[in-house]
Ligand binder design. Structure first.
Ligand code: APR
Length: 253
């Protein structure tokens, strides 16, 4: 009973979570601190200036340049895992084999903004989390432009052998409109990146194979000097391998 009264007093006196901080800001700062970001308020300012008080259909990826500059990435050779159209398999894998690979969502900005939605409005200094445009409304929306810009930085930091998990359940596993095709592949440079391994994640109702024409395009687009190979791996195998402590990094494909 005394505890309830003390808690009530604390909240009343404003000693609890600060109600003046909007939920989105709080999520941003809490996740940033959880990741051990030491300049979270500076990052929040750099983040906001990209979209606040702007038409939410006119935010290009370059708007996030100051944010990306404020959160530099360490290059981690042979450890960066890319994906397209198959978010759950690569994330399942990186979670189970924590020290083997990292996804964009295991870096500070990717971790902070994973699965969030935000936008601004002309004439307002607020951040909105509902009524924001998506790719069906306009491509230069704050969320998509962020992922494009962050993906560009992530791909520029890639080095050594680079795996990418793509889906065998769709007709075009290397889709030209995807971020992987339009932003990341173009930034892999030989001799810093030595190999690209396409891990084609197959399921019962598989439609695409390593012989898929879109993967031929991928091979053609690669910087000369980057070795290419492709492996078809059932999703069940990736899941079993991820959970098997006797199997070390990289041997799941
Ligand atoms: N949270 C929310 N949305 C995301 C996230 C995320 N963590 N990552 C990407 N997105 C958005 C992007 O706007 C993207 O258009 O989801 C879409 C994912 O589309 P897909 O066609 O599945 O894949 P792709 O466009 O190729 O993007 C995935 O880009 O994010 C990088 O490194 C990541 O290699 C990966 C690739």
């Amino acid at each position: 009973f005394v505890g309830v009264i003390v808690l009530g007093l604390c909240l009343g006196l404003g000693l609890g979570p600060d109600r003046r901080i909007p939920d989105f800001t709080r999520t941003f700062l809490t996740r940033c601190k959880k990741f051990s970001g030491n300049n979270c308020h500076e990052l929040w300012d750099a983040f906001q200036q990209a979209y606040v008080n702007k038409d939410p259909c006119k935010v290009p990826m370059e708007a996030y340049d100051p944010l990306i500059a404020a959160a530099p990435l360490k290059s981690q050779c042979n450890k960066m895992l890319f994906w397209s159209n198959t978010k759950d398999a690569p994330h399942y894998f990186t979670k189970k084999k924590e020290n083997c690979f990292i996804n964009l969502e295991d870096t500070l900005l990717g971790f902070v903004l994973d699965d969030l939605i935000w936008c601004g409005k002309k004439g307002s200094s607020d951040t909105f989390t509902t009524g924001c445009p998506n790719n069906n409304n306009c491509v230069n929306n704050p969320v998509h432009s962020f992922w494009k810009r962050a993906s560009a930085a992530f791909a520029e930091a890639a080095c050594g052998a680079v795996p990418v998990m793509v889906s065998g359940s769709i007709t075009t596993p290397f889709h030209p409109a995807s971020i992987f095709a339009s932003v990341e592949v173009k930034r892999f440079k030989a001799p810093i990146v030595t190999n690209l391994t396409v891990v084609l994640v197959t399921e019962k109702h598989n439609v695409a194979r390593c012989t898929d024409p879109s993967l031929k395009d991928l091979r053609k687009e690669l910087d000369k000097g980057i070795q290419y190979n492709c492996k078809e791996v059932p999703r069940s195998e990736i899941e079993a391998c991820s959970s098997n402590p006797n199997i070390t990094c990289g041997t799941c494909w």
